[in-house]
Every structure is written in structure tokens, then in C-alpha cells.
Design a protein around this ligand. Structure first.
Ligand SMILES: NC(=O)c1ccc[n+]([C@@H]2O[C@H](COP(=O)([O-])OP(=O)(O)OC[C@H]3O[C@@H](n4cnc5c(N)ncnc54)[C@H](O)[C@@H]3O)[C@@H](O)[C@H]2O)c1
Length: 502
């Protein structure tokens, strides 16, 4: 960060943070010793896991908590104070935390639309950054983070913690050594039940929340809230979140890419799906849910000689009749979240953070992998050694894996309203290049919707365009409207710079 910018940002933010933090507390610099000072930014559900992780590592002190909602912030400060024996400073503007003398690293679990700008500001201010997945809300923000980490010489880790899981590491190694033969295709699954978030409406923003700061790089909506629950359900509104393809998805898109050895973006992408089934769920044909991301989505990524298919299902996945997947996951009921690798000699399934199974062609188990890991600890190893190659999931890993989600959503968003019958969808899929049996995947998806009471004639799926991507230049050469969705319109004061301007 330039000196001028830095000075301006201190002046602005000390004023902005003053409501929650008294100057003497700020200046006292509690927690100053030889430990790594951490600022946890975003003290909601996941922020709680960050707090616990840092408190259980003897190398760190949590010196600052940042939240625009004092209720969440104070409850985490209480928890830290109980265990750490001194209370972190609570501020509501992350820029204030970046000026704190005892903050060496930031760990951010804000909503997705804040991730990249938060990470870039932190690295410009000389801090290392642990950033939750997806590392960015759009593709160009991801390349900006890579550039910032390089320019400012900072450690930047994305929160795809499976990268530090002993089970997944060993399973990938096993595949690399030919354990299931040649592997060119992976199917990521996010079959995770997500009920409706309530009807689209005009709801009150809780008085205590600084909605200007919460909105940050996203559009400031008046202020107006169209969803009932303020926290968490932003995941299903595309202005802030990225649907489940970009929520749970980045864990699995990351493992799929890692297992296939794909250190690049795909060449083409196509997605189809919809936000379907909530009318049947609510027994009201006119019901409009407040979310605008897909709850049912199939995205197909062609990497030339390799392919990833990602399936998102938010309706009930109980009693699924997807027989092959049931066998591989050893379950017919409940959520299925994981990755299946299809090899010439067998299959490998990542079925949880700490459990993978390899099968032969007859689906006989040939090897099991178990064990978790410490992703936060891995970040600290890099912070203390100043060696970026120690990181299990650096900014580039985060960017490429988040981009899988973002690119899939771009095709879906552009196809919204292009309603197709299953037979029309099948004809369009016949034209694309893929290592999957796309017709069979479509059939399974349609059956799943019907099983959940979706009248496909009345509520059809939408088919996105097949988009050709330039993996090096990060543009869609034939689609300016798709290229536009690789970034967003930022608000003044919250502009995330592009990679050449960090
Ligand atoms: N790695 C994982 O396994 C994992 C698990 C869950 C969530 N996550 C990620 O963590 C992030 C947070 O998810 P969540 O479920 O905790 O969401 P949440 O809505 O429950 O919490 C977000 C918190 O951030 C605060 N916040 C919003 N804007 C802020 C800002 N500008 N500065 C400071 N605080 C701000 C909110 O007030 C809230 O307390 C998401 O990006 C999600 O993808 C990762």
C-alpha cells in the first residue's frame, strides 16, 4: 500500500471503528509478546472455528476481532477472553485492525464478496492472510490475490482444509502412483439438503449491523434486505454468495483438480439447472424463494484430455436411486459430499474430510485412507518460516479451484430463462465434448427433481451456453457478456484492484 493511501485509510478507519473500540484499549497493544498476533475478521459461524483453531495453537494470540455485528464480535471476544485470559480488541472496520501494532496475520471468515478485498488490503498492509473459501467472489479477484501475495511477499492460504488432510493427501498420492490406473475424469458432488430460505420480501436489517461495511464491494441496496435471515443466507444471493457450487463446492472442485493434476483453468464450460422445488416443498405454486442461485446445477468442464463434472443438489437426496454413487459412497440416504475419480483400473472416492476409499473395477474396496490435519497450523508454519512453498493451499490453488465454481455459475447465470425440456437438454448436451455420459447424468438429475415433486413441465431447467474460456488471458473470447461476469461493478471505497494494479 502506498504511504498516502495508508495514511488516509488510518484516518478514515480510526473514526469508523471508534464506536466499538476506545482509543486507550487500541493503544494498549494487549497481547504484545513474541507470539503471532491474529486478527479474526468475520466472527460468525466459521469465524468461531477460526477462533478455536488459533486459541489451540500455542504460537498465536488473538489480539483483534473484527465484525460489523457487535453481537457476533462480542460473543467471540468473550470466548477468547475466557481461554486466553485477555480480551481481544473488537472493531467493526477491518482497516482499523490492519493498523493495530499487534496484528501480524489476519484470518478472514467474512461473506464471500469481501474475501479478496480483505486479503489484498491485509497484504498491502504487510500482513499474512488466511482467507476462507472461495478465496474470491469472482475470477479476476483471484488473480489479484495471487499478484498481491507475490508483490508484497506475504503468505496467503485459502481455507480448503482438505489440502492438509492426511487421508486426502495419501489418496492423491496413491492415484498419482497409478493406484486406480489412468485417471482423466472426476465427478464432484454437493448433494447437500438446503431448504428454502423464505420468501422474497422486504425485511428489516438488524439495527446493530453496519450495513454499509457489510455490503462493502457489493452494491449497497438502499438499505434493503430481501431475505428473512440476515446472516448465512447471503450464500444463496449471488450479489454476495456463489450458491452451493461456490460454497461447499470449492472443497470438492479443489480435490477434483488436485487429483487430476490440473494446474490450470478449463477450456470450455457449460451448466444447466435451476432454483427448483420450493413451490412443491411449500405446497404453493406461486411461492418465490428469496435466493437467486441454483439449488440444482450440473456443470461440465473440459480441460482437453481431462474433464470434471460437478453436480449440486439442494433438494432431498434421501432414497436416491443413483446406484453406482450409492455403492461408491456406501449409502443410499442423506447427503453425499465428495469426489469420485474414475480410473481405468478402478475408482477413488473422497467421502469426507478425513476418509477416502479406493475400489477396483468390481467395486471391491482395495484401500482405505483415514486421517485429518491442521490447515491453520500449516499456514503458521509458512508464516514462521517465510517459505510460501510450505503452504498446502496458496492463493493460486484457491484461485483455480474457486474459478471452477465461478465459471460454472457464469454459464448458468447466462442461461437463466433459456428453459429446456429434458429431451431438448439432451440434444444440446450431445453436441459437447465430455468424458462423462452427459445423457445419464441429465437423466439422474431429472429423476431427482421429479422425486422431489418438481413438475418439470411447469418449472423447467435452464440450459446455459457452452462457453469457451481462454485459460491464460482469463477472458471468454467469444462472449463479452460472460467476460463481464469475471468481475463486478465495485462501489467507491471498496474497489478490488485487478492483478496489474495491486
Ligand atoms: N472452510 C470451511 O470448511 C468453511 C465452513 C463454513 C464456512 N466457510 C466460509 O466462511 C465464510 C463465513 O461463513 P459463515 O457461515 O461464518 O457466515 P456468517 O454469515 O455466519 O458469518 C459472517 C460474519 O462476518 C461478519 N462480517 C460481514 N462483513 C464483515 C466485514 N466487512 N468485516 C467484518 N466482519 C464482517 C458478519 O457480521 C458475520 O458475523 C464464508 O465465506 C464461507 O464460505 C468455510
Amino acid at each position: 500500500m502506498s504511504r498516502v493511501t495508508r495514511r488516509r485509510f488510518v484516518t478514515n478507519t480510526l473514526a469508523a471503528g471508534a464506536g466499538l473500540m476506545s482509543a486507550p484499549a487500541f493503544l494498549r497493544a494487549q497481547g504484545s509478546n513474541d507470539k503471532i498476533g491474529v486478527a479474526v475478521i468475520g466472527a460468525g459461524g466459521r469465524g468461531g472455528s477460526h477462533v478455536n483453531a488459533w486459541m489451540s495453537d500455542s504460537r498465536t494470540n488473538i489480539t483483534v476481532i473484527v465484525d460489523v455485528d457487535p453481537k457476533n464480535g462480542n460473543s467471540k471476544c468473550d470466548a477468547v477472553e475466557r481461554k486466553q485470559k485477555f480480551r481481544p480488541v473488537l472493531v467493526k472496520d477491518m482497516r482499523t485492525a490492519l493498523e493495530h501494532p499487534n496484528v501480524d496475520v489476519i484470518s478472514t471468515a467474512t461473506p464471500n464478496h469481501w474475501h479478496a478485498l480483505c486479503g489484498i488490503w491485509a497484504m498491502q498492509a504487510g500482513k499474512d492472510a488466511y482467507i476462507e473459501k472461495p478465496i474470491c467472489h469472482n475470477v479476476w479477484e483471484g488473480s489479484a490475490l495471487i499478484a498481491a501475495a507475490k508483490k508484497y511477499g506475504r503468505m496467503c492460504q485459502v481455507g480448503t482444509q482438505c489440502r492438509s488432510s492426511a487421508a486426502v493427501q495419501a489418496a492423491v498420492k496413491f492415484m498419482d502412483a497409478g493406484g486406480i490406473g489412468e485417471v482423466n475424469f472426476a465427478r464432484g458432488l454437493c448433494y447437500k439438503r438446503r431448504a428454502s430460505i423464505g420468501s422474497l420480501g422486504d425485511y428489516k436489517i438488524p439495527d446493530s449491523i453496519d450495513f454499509n461495511l457489510w455490503s462493502g464491494p457489493a452494491q449497497y441496496t438502499d438499505p434493503k434486505l430481501t431475505r428473512e435471515r440476515f446472516h448465512y443466507n447471503w450464500h444463496w444471493q449471488r450479489m454476495y454468495g456463489n450458491g452451493d457450487l461456490g460454497n461447499q463446492g470449492p472443497h470438492q472442485t479443489d480435490i477434483a483438480r488436485w487429483g487430476l493434476g490440473l494446474d490450470r483453468h478449463p477450456n470450455t464450460i457449460i451448466s444447466y439447472g435451476g432454483r427448483l422445488g420450493y413451490q412443491a416443498e411449500r405446497k404453493d405454486e406461486t411461492y418465490v424463494d428469496a435466493g437467486d442461485t441454483a439449488n440444482t446445477e450440473v456443470s461440465i468442464y473440459d480441460y482437453g484430455d481431462k474433464c470434471i463434472v460437478f453436480e449440486t443438489r439442494g433438494l432431498s437426496v434421501n432414497d436416491s436411486d443413483d446406484q453406482e454413487l450409492n455403492m461408491l459412497f456406501q449409502s443410499t440416504k442423506g447427503n453425499k459430499i465428495g469426489v469420485v475419480f474414475y480410473g481405468s483400473e478402478g475408482y477413488l472416492v473422497q467421502r469426507s474430510y478425513s476418509h477416502c476409499i479406493a475400489y477396483d473395477k468390481d467395486m471391491k474396496m482395495i484401500k482405505e485412507f483415514k486421517g485429518g490435519g491442521d490447515h491453520f497450523g500449516n499456514f503458521l508454519d509458512a508464516v514462521t518460516s517465510r517459505k510460501a512453498d510450505v503452504l498446502n493451499a496458496d492463493a493460486r490453488v484457491g484461485h483455480l479451484s474457486a474459478a471452477v465454481s465461478h465459471l460454472g455459475n457464469i454459464s448458468y447465470y447466462l442461461g437463466e430463462g433459456n428453459h429446456v425440456s429434458p429431451s431438448e437438454a439432451s440434444k444440446q448436451l450431445d453436441k459437447i465434448k465430455s468424458l462423462d455420459d452427459d445423457g445419464a447424468t441429465l437423466d439422474r438429475t431429472v429423476k431427482h427433481l421429479q422425486k422431489n415433486g418438481v413438475d418439470i413441465g411447469k418449472y423447467p431447467i435452464s440450459m446455459g451456453p457452452l462457453l469457451r474460456f481462454d485459460p491464460e488471458k482469463e477472458v471468454f473470447p467469444e462472449s463479452p457478456e460472460a467476460t463481464k461476469l469475471l468481475t463486478r461493478d465495485y462501489r467507491e471505497g471498496f474497489v478490488c484492484p485487478t492483478a496489474d494494479k495491486v
